[in-house]
Design a protein around this ligand. Structure first.
Ligand SMILES: [Zn+2]
Length: 196
């Protein structure tokens, strides 16, 4: 029976790890699995890895329109870094779900500004979606982290990086950190961004 699981959360929250865990369960149940990743994710081309070092091979897809044909032969379809795909991802998901596939979509639901990322919000709004929203550990205070903080401050939405460029922060630490990187009028701009 078709299933749609959507794994979201900030960076370092274990989304890929959860994706790999669900794929492993499917493999134990003798279902065939495939993992798809967008070309934008240049950190680990052709592989999806969890933070604890486990990896699976992934098929790199440039255009979301190619997802149904890539996934067609498999029972279970995992898509990592789904926020980087264009709007055709939505129709691909609908097509595969209608075909009875078990779909596991992992991605950032919000960017470093706390604003929606790609088409993740629309995927989460699909009535059949089961949402798994994960939290990281705040890298400054140890509380639960809900936000991705970009150390370099404002700029384009997509800037590929990992621990070198981003931190997982709780709401309070995010507000403090945002005030420090936003010049020349840090407090007002940061407060506005957090509250928006
Ligand atoms: Zn914190």
């Amino acid at each position: 029976m078709a299933e749609l699981t959507v794994i979201v959360g900030c960076m370092f929250s274990g989304k890929s790890e959860e994706l790999l865990r669900l794929l492993k369960r499917a493999a134990i149940a003798r279902l065939s699995t495939v993992v798809i990743q967008p070309t934008t994710d240049t950190r680990t081309v052709g592989r999806v890895c969890s933070r604890d070092g486990r990896c699976v091979d992934a098929v790199v897809v440039r255009d979301a329109r190619a997802i149904p044909s890539t996934a067609g032969l498999y029972d279970v379809v995992g898509i990592d870094e789904a926020q980087f795909f264009d709007e055709h991802l939505l129709s691909a998901i609908h097509e595969l779900y209608a075909a009875g596939k078990r779909l596991i979509i992992a991605g950032l639901d919000t960017d470093y500004r706390g604003e929606r990322f790609g088409y993740m919000d629309q995927i989460m709004a699909i009535p059949e979606a089961r949402i798994v929203k994960l939290r990281a550990v705040c890298m400054r205070c140890g509380e639960e982290a809900t936000r991705t903080f970009r150390k370099s401050g404002a700029g384009a939405q997509v800037e590929i990086g990992d621990g070198d460029k981003y931190e997982a922060l709780c709401y309070s630490c995010y507000r403090l950190a945002s005030e420090r990187v936003t010049a020349p009028n840090p407090t007002a701009a940061a407060a506005q961004r957090v509250l928006a």
